[in-house]
Design a protein around this ligand. Structure first.
Ligand SMILES: NC(=O)c1ccc[n+]([C@@H]2O[C@H](COP(=O)([O-])OP(=O)(O)OC[C@H]3O[C@@H](n4cnc5c(N)ncnc54)[C@H](O)[C@@H]3O)[C@@H](O)[C@H]2O)c1
Length: 441
């Protein structure tokens, strides 16, 4: 039951914490959104979202300053729920998960935690971290005992960027609780705004669900990407193969191939599982291979661009390459460029090219320029271009007047439509375009 005194502190106002905090405030609770970054809090207090998520700014405007307050720290003991949503990156050298943000966030609640409160971990973590790390810190550094003095659980975040506000309410929330009383406390909040909750046997099951979800996605994408590379080598069109295989055949759901798998989650969550298994001496060959394929495929694309230019006798250094789509995915749309494979492509091409040109329908001009490319509108990007590459499937990318735009480019234009948004035959019928895609040479 909701009580007058339910006040929820959400720690971490990133992509995940902010969408959860706004959803909970929309459900009527008093929410305190805490972030250690002064810039983040300043912008939220001005009711400005510092990243793009459809509908989010409207919620910040509606509830910000009312039942949704923002702060760089916890001011007092008035909250009785603490939901930890801070980042859990992997170290880029060792590929091992970093728990320092979780540690700091846990320490930050200790002075305020009291009997009857509830602590929920929402960040993606290695299995065992809730019980053996977070709980240990709390029990070791306070007089409070989980199950006796406070409630505890893990509820993984599974929303997709770009549709997060809808999914907070409508995809099942997996609940791993310490005990029945903790599950009931978690239900009090999540049951108020979400359609469907799934209770799993314990906290560890919930922790691993999240990692297994994302590893599954990475592995299936790697399958599609490897098949795409095989078809390219065989001179086949993987898109036609995939369409035929999947068509009216319920057993198949082969995903579309891509110029690599980026984003903050799929590039790290498989490594979290790999790290856990390494410690337990469990084989992870498939997961390692999948990550390797999804990281490497963008370099195939880079090589293809250079080979195509060479085959046309163009000077690579002075060729104009225009790259569209910097966010790590196009649909649902997002401004998130974290671990986008477009950045990998740029870094690969930079040593060969005097300059590169870029555009994104959502990402800001200053951010695009921060990757060392010249920002261009779509029209200016095609102007005199030798190569145009579409890196993500943003809806605006499939509505281009390719015939008209290609008229501005160098003849012939190398047009690489990684998501096969256009029909090869039609594009090539314009006469001045060499068309290819991922999975189609
Ligand atoms: N982004 C996604 O789509 C997504 C989806 C599912 C799960 N997740 C998981 O959710 C977690 C958060 O991801 P994110 O993308 O929101 O991260 P993020 O990096 O966008 O945001 C984390 C925020 O936490 C703040 N922070 C760090 N330490 C803090 C502390 N001690 N107290 C308060 N704030 C602190 C940071 O300043 C930052 O603003 C990660 O574990 C991630 O794997 C993310």
């Amino acid at each position: 039951m909701t009580t007058d005194r339910d006040r929820i502190c959400v720690l971490g106002m990133g992509f995940i914490g902010l969408t959860l905090a706004t959803t909970i405030s929309e459900a009527g609770f008093d929410v305190l959104g805490v972030d250690v970054s002064q810039n983040v809090i300043d912008s939220l207090r001005r009711k400005e979202c510092y990243f793009f998520e459809p509908g989010l700014n409207e919620l910040v405007e509606r509830f910000g300053g009312k039942n949704l307050q923002f702060s760089t720290g916890i001011p007092d003991r008035s909250c009785n729920y603490y939901i930890i949503c801070v980042g859990t990156p992997v170290d880029q050298e060792t590929k091992r998960p970093r728990l320092d943000y979780i540690r700091n966030a846990t320490h930050s609640i200790l002075p305020y935690l009291k009997k009857g409160d509830t602590v929920i971990l929402r960040s993606t973590v290695p299995m065992g971290v809730s019980r053996n790390f977070v709980l240990k810190i709390i029990e070791g550094e306070t007089d409070l005992k989980a199950g006796r003095d406070f409630y505890f659980g893990f509820v993984p975040e599974r929303t997709v960027e770009g549709n997060a506000l809808y999914e907070q309410k409508h995809i099942p929330q997996i609940i791993g609780a310490l005990d029945d009383a903790s599950a009931e406390r978690i239900e009090t909040i999540f049951g108020k705004f979400n359609d469907k909750r799934i209770r799993v046997p314990d906290i560890e099951h919930a922790e691993i669900c999240k990692i297994i979800d994302n590893t599954y996605r990475d592995v299936t994408f790697a399958y599609a990407n490897q098949m795409a590379m095989i078809c390219e080598e065989l001179g086949l069109d993987f898109h036609a193969v995939r369409q035929a295989c999947n068509n009216d055949y319920a057993r198949n759901k082969i995903p579309a191939p891509s110029p690599g798998v980026g984003g903050a989650c799929l590039t790290k969550d498989p490594y979290i599982l790999i790290d856990l298994c390494r410690k337990l001496n469990i084989n992870t060959e498939l997961i390692n291979a999948a990550r390797g394929i999804n990281e490497a495929i963008v370099f195939n694309l880079g090589k293809k661009i250079l080979n195509r230019l060479t085959a046309l006798g163009r000077n690579i250094y002075s060729s104009k390459i225009f790259i569209m789509g910097f966010a790590f995915k196009g649909e649902p749309e997002t401004s998130d460029c974290r671990f986008s494979t477009t950045i990998d492509l740029i870094n690969y091409l930079k040593p060969f090219c005097s300059e590169l040109f870029g555009y994104d329908a959502v990402v800001s001009k200053p951010e695009i320029e921060s990757y060392g490319v010249i920002y261009s509108s779509v029209e200016d990007g095609f102007e005199g271009a030798d190569v145009v590459v579409i890196m993500n499937s943003h809806k605006s990318h499939s509505k281009l007047d390719i015939k008209g735009l290609a008229g501005r480019s160098n003849n012939p234009l190398i047009f690489i439509d990684c998501w096969k948004l256009y029909d090869k035959k039609e594009i090539q019928s314009y006469g001045n375009i060499i068309y290819s895609s991922v999975g189609l040479y």
